[in-house]
Design a protein around this ligand. Structure first.
Ligand code: SAH
Length: 358
C-alpha cells in the first residue's frame, strides 16, 4: 500500500510506495529523526515489525495513540498485497501470488516437510538469465525487488501460518546475486536477533554462479548458506542450458566456490537439475564427482519439473542410477523431489503473467 503523504518520502529514506517492513534499525532511527520522534521509538517499531510481526499500527500498544494514528494515515506496514493463494492437494505446500505497488506479480512458496517449515522467496520480478529449463526465464526480466518486498513475502507467509517458519531459501523467481545488496540486507533482517531471529545457517541463497558476487559474499564473510545451481559437469552442456555460463565458465566458478570454502569453512551446496538425455548419463555423473572432488560440499539432485519446452524428466531408473554413481563420492547427496508440482510450485516452475485472471 502506498504511503499517503509524499512529504514523508521526501523527508526520510522511505519511498512513497513502500511500507515500513524492510527498514533496518538504522533506517528506523533515521525515520524517527525526520518525523520528530524520540530515538527509542525506532526500537519499538523494530520490535513490532519483526519480533511481533503485527499487521496494523493499532497493535503497537506502547506507541502513543497519536503517533499510531499519524502512522496509519501517512505510512503502511507492508508494501505487498496478497493476490491469490493455492494449496496442494496434500496440504503440505502453499503458493502465494503477491502484487507489488506497481502492478507486478511475484510468487512465494511455503512447504511443510517433517518438522520443518520452509519458505522459498523471490528476489526479482522475472529473470534475465534465460536458463533454458526454467519457467521464470520465459517471463523475461522486469525489475529487482526491494528489501521490503523480499521481507514482506516472509512476513505475510508467516502471518497465515500457525507454526514458526524454520528455513528460508532464496530460490524463488530471479537471481539473488544480481540483486545482491537487497538480498543480503533482507537476509540480515531475517537473522536479526532482536527481530525475526532466524539462524544464518537456516537461510540459503542460491545462485547460478555470478562469480564476482560469490567473491564478494566470501570477502564479506557472510554466514548464510550458499547454493550454486551447477546443473552440468562440463562447460559445453552447461553453457547450452545456462547461457550465463559463457560469462562465468565452470573452472573459474569452481575455483571461486573452492575459495569460498577455504575462507569460510562453510560447505556449499551444488544443485543439479536432472534433464533426460542432457546431463543424466553415467559420464556426467563421474565427471561431476571428479570436478568437485576434494571440495567438502553437498550435492542436491533435482529431478526436472516439466514446464513448456523441450526437456523431460529422466525415468526413475535413470535418476536412481545417476544417484548410485555418486554414492561413493566424498560428498553428501540428496535427491529433492520438489514439493507442490501439482500447483506449479516446484523448483523452476514459478512464473507470473502481468495481469493474472482469477
Ligand atoms: N537463480 C537462482 C535462484 C533460483 S533457484 C539459481 O538458479 O540458483 C531455482 C532452482 O531450481 C535452481 O537450482 C534451478 O537450477 C532449479 N530449476 C530451474 N528450473 C527447474 C525445473 N524446471 N525443474 C527443476 N528444477 C529447476
Amino acid at each position: 500500500m502506498a504511503t499517503k503523504n509524499t512529504n514523508l518520502a521526501n523527508k526520510s529514506n522511505l519511498s512513497d510506495k513502500s511500507g515500513l517492513a524492510g527498514l533496518s534499525l538504522a533506517d528506523l532511527v533515521e525515520f524517527c529523526r525526520v518525523v520528530d520522534q524520540p530515538r527509542y521509538r525506532a526500537e519499538q517499531l523494530y520490535y513490532w515489525l519483526y519480533t511481533k510481526q503485527v499487521a496494523d499500527f493499532d497493535a503497537m500498544t506502547n506507541i502513543p495513540k497519536s503517533f499510531r494514528a499519524w502512522l496509519a494515515e501517512n505510512a503502511a506496514i507492508n508494501s505487498l498485497t496478497q493476490h491469490r493463494l493455492t494449496v496442494s492437494d496434500d496440504g503440505s505446500t502453499t503458493k502465494l501470488l503477491f502484487q507489488t505497488h506497481d502492478g507486478n506479480f511475484i510468487e512465494s512458496v511455503l512447504m511443510h516437510e517433517g518438522g520443518r517449515v520452509t519458505v522459498c522467496l523471490s528476489t526479482q520480478v522475472g529473470c534475465k538469465l534465460d536458463c533454458q529449463f526454467c519457467a521464470t526465464a520465459q517471463m523475461g526480466f522486469h525489475r529487482n525487488l526491494s528489501v521490503g518486498e523480499i521481507i514482506d513475502q516472509f512476513l505475510l507467509l508467516q502471518r497465515r501460518e500457525r507454526r514458526r517458519i524454520t528455513n528460508v531459501v532464496f530460490m524463488g523467481m530471479g537471481e539473488p546475486f544480481l540483486n545482491y545488496q537487497r538480498v543480503v540486507d533482507a537476509a540480515h533482517l531475517l537473522n536479526g536477533q532482536d527481530g525475526i531471529n532466524l539462524g544464518a545457517r537456516k537461510i540459503t541463497i542460491s545462485t547460478v554462479g555470478i562469480i564476482p558476487a560469490i567473491r564478494r559474499f566470501t570477502a564479506e564473510r557472510q554466514r548464510f548458506k550458499l547454493a550454486i545451481s551447477l546443473n552440468a559437469s562440463d562447460q559445453p552442456t552447461r553453457q547450452r542450458i545456462m547461457p550465463i555460463a559463457r560469462e562465468f565458465p565452470l573452472p573459474e566458478l569452481l575455483a571461486a566456490v573452492s575459495d569460498y570454502y577455504q575462507a569460510t569453512r562453510n560447505r556449499p551446496t551444488f544443485e543439479y537439475v536432472l534433464l533426460a538425455g542432457i546431463n543424466d548419463d553415467a559420464d556426467s555423473a563421474r565427471r561431476l564427482v571428479d570436478k568437485i572432488d576434494g571440495l567438502p560440499c553437498k550435492v542436491n539432485l533435482i529431478p526436472y519439473n516439466e514446464i513448456n519446452g523441450p526437456y523431460r524428466r529422466p525415468t526413475d531408473d535413470t535418476i536412481e542410477a545417476f544417484t548410485e554413481l555418486l554414492y561413493n563420492a566424498p560428498f553428501t547427496v540428496t535427491v529433492r523431489w520438489s514439493k507442490g508440482t501439482g500447483i506449479k510450485a516446484g523448483c523452476g516452475q514459478l512464473a507470473t503473467e502481468n495481469q493474472p485472471r482469477d
